[in-house]
Design a protein around this ligand. Structure first.
Ligand SMILES: CC(C)(COP(=O)(O)OP(=O)(O)OC[C@H]1O[C@@H](n2cnc3c(N)ncnc32)[C@H](O)[C@@H]1OP(=O)(O)O)[C@@H](O)C(=O)NCCC(=O)NCCS
Length: 330
């Protein structure tokens, strides 16, 4: 069903750690090679947070840039949604900490944990707040420091992930053309253990044993996730276009979650999307989970690939397992 939500992206911003980690660094420490990593994933380098950086500091930088881009001050924001699976603390939420860091009013602020689908889900939530008039100016952030939950001794995951943040300001759209046309949201909890962190939650609280057994790091069954990702991404792209009553060929730009170049290429080809319409930056950032779609969106806005009036589709999948999409006229 075509939605026609009058919501627009009024500004975007970026918050990246300055430390660049090349594949060569992994070559020195692990049984891997630059060639393997590039061939299997498309990743050449990623960013890792320095000790003084965290999800909050990256999110704050991204949020400040997005506010400036939207020509808003912090006190004009009505709601903050922070998509993250690597919050600074289990509590309070990073969104609440961000509210204080930015100097916002006592507005509602919450975190949203849908892993790599987080920003796309957050965009749908933000739009629903705007449409139901529970907020006017919404600050949405995707921010992660995955390096803090990645096992740097596990070559199958260590080379894949990176840190970063990006933000967007969402507002009611004055232009009837600028709207959200269709969305998809879904989850398959039955396959949740394909990507999980065993310890640190209520089931297996932190103890010397959990630390010694490296149970606070992310575990992943890569091959199974790969198959899920290609199939689901293709389905979601096609279904979202169909729901909006447009052809996949009408979509000008696809901004996919950057998990693996082969996943992106294979899903887009199967869905009938030519690769020149697909925003790819995984070579420079790796997989930054909830930050990946907004980083790519911000770069596409800045380099002029995203033009006013374009049909743009954001599409993501991730741990949970979760998936989601937003088709909007920009
Ligand atoms: C992880 C991933 C890159 C592995 O690529 P793959 O082509 O599926 O490789 P496989 O898992 O089949 O492993 C092939 C071999 O490479 C090895 N390998 C894994 N990581 C390696 C590395 N960094 N360097 C060298 N060899 C590596 C494996 O040990 C395996 O060796 P074996 O055949 O002797 O057992 C791929 O499965 C993937 O991207 N999956 C999805 C991950 C993802 O997107 N997760 C986040 C979801 S949001």
């Amino acid at each position: 069903m075509r939605l026609g939500w009058p919501v627009q992206i009024a500004g975007t911003g970026l918050g990246l750690p300055s430390r660049v980690v090349t594949n060569a660094e992994f070559e020195r420490r692990l049984d891997t090679s630059h060639e393997w990593i590039v061939q299997r994933t498309g990743i050449c380098e990623r960013r890792f947070a320095e000790p003084h950086e965290s999800t909050l500091t990256l999110a704050t930088a991204a949020a400040r840039e997005a506010l400036a881009d939207a020509r808003l001050t912090a006190d004009q924001i009505d709601l903050i949604i922070c998509a993250t699976i690597t919050p600074d603390h289990l509590l309070p939420s990073t969104a609440c900490e961000l509210q204080a860091a930015l100097g916002c009013r006592w507005i509602p602020a919450y975190d949203m944990a849908a892993a790599c689908s987080g920003f796309v889900w957050g965009l749908i939530l933000a739009a629903q707040h705007i449409v139901t008039r529970t907020a006017q100016n919404v600050l949405l952030i995707g921010a992660e420091t995955l390096s803090r939950i990645t096992d740097m001794e596990d070559r199958a995951t260590a080379v894949l992930f990176g840190d970063g943040a990006a933000a967007a300001v969402l507002q009611p759209s004055g232009d009837p053309q600028r709207q959200i046309l269709a969305v998809q949201l879904g989850a398959d909890g039955g396959r949740g253990m394909l990507i999980h962190v065993p310890a640190g939650g209520s089931k297996l609280a932190a103890s010397p044993e959990t630390v010694a057994s490296r149970a606070h790091y992310m575990k992943m069954q890569g091959r199974e996730v790969y198959k899920f990702a290609v199939t689901k991404m293709q389905e979601v792209i096609q279904q979202t276009a169909e729901d909006a009553g447009v052809s996949v060929h009408d979509v000008a730009i696809i901004v996919p979650h950057q998990s693996n170049l082969r996943i992106i290429e294979s899903a887009c080809e199967r869905a009938g999307v030519p690769l020149h319409k697909v925003i790819v930056n995984i070579d420079r950032y790796g997989n930054t989970s909830a930050a990946s779609v907004p980083i790519a969106l911000h770069e596409a806005r800045c380099d002029g690939r995203l033009r006013r009036g374009d049909l743009v589709m954001l599409v993501a999948f991730g741990a949970g397992l979760t998936w989601g999409s937003v088709l909007l006229r920009y």
